[in-house]
Design a protein around this ligand. Structure first.
Ligand code: CP
Length: 320
């Protein structure tokens, strides 16, 4: 992409210094990132190399939790933009000798990191790091709290598929309580003008004082009515304890599972999404997930790369 094809930065410049929460982005910053990602998408689709905006910069990927989509799309994003990308092998690092996150990140920053991408089980770990290191920190998922780049790629998928996100009805369905994806995506979708609903049994809803602007439904019949997009969430067994873990899936698919049949409760032509990884037969039927006529799941994966290119570009260069 030559510079002429790039979207103009927001008036006053790209204002975010880190991306630890979706709230770090102004409306203008978020739209700029989506526009920039739209410019990068054809490069991924056609296998071309854009201007090497991150040449000479060092991107450190620091994943303390397992990941496939986020980890490898961040790596690809940095490589496509010419960055030197370091994937820290946490299991083979001095973390095993008891080194703290702060010391590990400080060490990597001292080697000249231009950006640190962090996934960690502790909520607010990226926020803590952002106060310590002199480079931008990007949250790749912190516990059940936030996953802002997933929200951006979800918004991108809806915008590019439906031609816009404003006024679209989006039902986020499943284990909302433990979902950092739901937390970030719901905030961003609302900010971009969508109508968002949570659809879940009461025990998988977040506390009542959280997300007070978002409507809640306790059945697919109520929650999917009029929905343009239905986003299934993974049942996050690893965040549940004891009996809850054993009971979580019992009878769930019969009441809340997404299938071709239950999707008929949504608007005709409605699309289904899932951030992955999926529990097939728990929150979504495999035949629906694999049906390209209505499933956007692999499209979400595709947009993960240009969206993360846009985030790295804007944060590591200040969007200039
Ligand atoms: N959606 C998502 O965060 O997937 P990974 O855990 O594979 O990165």
């Amino acid at each position: 992409m030559d510079n002429a094809a790039r979207p103009a930065p927001p008036p006053g410049g790209f204002s975010a210094r880190h991306l630890v929460s979706i709230g770090d982005l102004s409306y203008a910053d978020a739209v700029y990132l989506l526009d920039l990602a739209a410019c990068y998408a054809p490069f991924i689709r056609d296998g071309r190399r854009p201007v090497q905006r991150l040449e000479g910069k060092t991107q450190v990927n620091l994943f303390y939790e397992d990941s496939t989509r986020t980890n490898y799309s961040f790596e690809l994003a940095g490589l496509k933009l010419g960055a030197d990308v370091v994937n820290v092998q946490v299991a083979a690092s001095s973390v095993n000798k008891g080194e703290s996150l702060a010391d590990t990140a400080g060490t990597l920053a001292a080697m000249g990191a231009s950006a640190i991408v962090l996934r960690h089980k502790e909520p607010r770990a990226p926020e803590m790091l952002a106060d310590l290191v002199p480079c931008p920190v990007i949250n790749a998922g912190d516990g059940a709290r936030e996953h802002p780049t997933q929200a951006l790629l979800d918004a991108m998928t809806i915008r590019e598929t439906l031609g816009g996100i404003e006024r679209r009805v989006i039902a986020i369905c499943g284990d909302v309580k433990h979902s950092r994806v739901a937390a970030s995506s719901a905030q961003l979708f609302e900010r971009l003008g969508a109508q968002v609903r949570f659809v879940a049994p009461e025990h998988l809803m977040p506390p009542k004082d959280q997300f007070s602007t978002i409507a809640r439904a306790h059945s697919l019949k109520d929650g999917l009515d009029g929905a343009d997009v239905v986003m299934a969430l993974r049942m996050q067994f690893e965040r549940m304890e004891g009996e809850q873990r054993q009971d979580a899936a019992r009878g769930y698919f019969e009441r809340f599972g997404l299938t071709h049949e239950t999707m008929k409760l949504a608007r005709p032509g409605a699309k289904v999404m899932h951030p992955g990884p999926m529990n097939r037969g728990v929150e979504i039927d495999g035949a629906l997930a694999d049906d390209p006529a209505c499933s956007l799941i692999l499209r979400q994966v595709f947009y993960g790369v240009p969206v993360r290119m846009a985030c790295l570009d804007a944060l590591a260069t200040g969007g200039m």
